[in-house]
Design a protein. Structure first.
Length: 134
């Protein structure tokens, strides 16, 4: 019997851009519905504040960062304090301007489509990373 680790997902925690909410919703979709037994979340604020458990996990196991804008805080923080993320996802690659001021109700349809696309891509990366450990 071989050990296959869970994949850590480090999601943007920013509130400044709408993309931060999209990144968190997509991450939750993966954690709770798409790959609940294959993933764990890594809390970005705890990680940046120096939590040993969060940082050690990211040093030892594959991580996927999901950023909400071009600042790429999750990816940069993971690389700086632990190791390079196995995958870097940026919501900017899925929607025109994740930092524009939007009416959430008017954009609800667009957002749900983007969340599903990002979540699907995260899940695909989880499958690939876990298969590499077998």
């Amino acid at each position: 019997m071989s050990f296959t680790p869970k994949v850590g997902i480090v999601s943007c925690s920013g509130e400044d851009c709408f993309g931060g909410g999209v990144s968190r919703m997509a991450t939750l979709e993966v954690l709770h519905r798409l790959r609940p037994t294959d993933t764990v979340t890594i809390c970005l604020p705890l990680f940046l504040a120096g939590s040993g458990g969060e940082r050690e996990f990211a040093k030892s196991f594959p991580t996927i960062t999901v950023d909400g804008c071009a600042k790429m805080c999750a990816a940069k923080g993971t690389a700086k304090y632990s190791s390079e993320p196995a995958v870097r996802i940026n919501v900017s690659d899925y929607m025109d301007d994740p930092c524009s001021k939007v009416d959430g109700v008017a954009k609800a349809g667009e957002v749900s489509v983007v969340v599903r696309r990002v979540a699907s891509d995260i899940a695909s990366h989880v499958d690939r990373l876990r298969s590499q450990w077998r």
